[in-house]
Design a protein around this ligand. Structure first.
Ligand code: GDP
Length: 221
């Protein structure tokens, strides 16, 4: 059973002061609104509606925490780039998100979901600008890969690799689809590894790709 299958809703917060205490470890998921973040979390957790809790009225702009057990958390950050959000609310969220990404000590890594057909938007770059100075790893899921043919998928991977060549030591990128499950095992392995070998062992991932090269997961050159 994968680590993410243990996920249970823990809490939602809208203000910095309400964040859970900084013990334990967490991995955050971020992405432009509609990029496929909720679907990716649900696919990893092998559940239908886990992350859609964040889409309930009143919860849309909250940071949602899911406990994975053993002091580990999956953190669903609010989707960005939604045009209808009033400026004052957007500013509040930008402040909270930037502070969270830049200063949250227990944060082990950031999973950034981008629609493979429109990757690296200005706001995606903004997220990276906030997070990369921490030196922590970023794993990019190029979502909805089922909508691309092989050539288009390779082009998307190439484009992201080239655009982010400066963060090669911190960033990995792969194709992903919540619908066809392209890249699901690779994503699970890459993200779980951030919690350290002991937990990866506990989650009993027997993916042989973990040991050697990981087809599908590309370290940026
Ligand atoms: P979020 O706003 O980033 O959480 O995006 P959602 O997960 O709600 O997905 C937005 C839309 O894209 C929904 O209609 C999903 O069904 C669709 N979607 C998400 N992931 C995929 C995918 O991998 N393949 C396809 N074809 N559609 C997807």
């Amino acid at each position: 059973m994968s680590l993410f299958q243990h996920a249970v809703f823990f809490t939602s917060v809208a203000d910095w002061r309400d964040l859970p205490t900084p013990e334990g470890e967490e991995i955050a998921f971020a992405g432009r609104s509609n990029a496929g973040k909720s679907s990716a979390i649900n696919a990893l957790a092998k559940r239908k509606r886990l992350a859609f809790i964040s889409k309930l009225p009143g919860r849309t702009q909250q940071i949602n925490f899911f406990s994975l057990g053993n002091g580990r958390y999956l953190v669903d950050l609010p989707g960005y780039g939604y045009a209808k959000v009033p400026v004052t609310i957007r500013q509040h969220w930008e402040t909270l998100l930037s502070k969270y990404l830049q200063t949250r000590k227990k944060l082990r890594g950031l999973v950034l979901i981008m629609d493979a057909r429109h990757p690296i938007t200005t706001l995606d770059k903004q997220m990276l600008d906030w997070f990369l100075p921490t030196g922590k790893p970023v794993h990019i899921l190029l979502s909805k890969a089922d909508k691309l043919n092989k050539q288009q998928a390779n082009n998307a991977l190439h484009h992201v690799t080239e655009t982010l060549s400066l963060c090669h030591h911190q960033c990995t990128v792969q194709l992903f689809s919540s619908v066809s499950k392209i890249g699901l095992d690779e994503a699970e392995a890459a993200i779980t590894a951030w919690f350290g070998p002991s937990l990866a062992a506990v989650s009993k991932i027997k993916n042989p790709r973990l040991k050697g090269s990981k087809p599908g997961v590309k370290r940026l050159k």
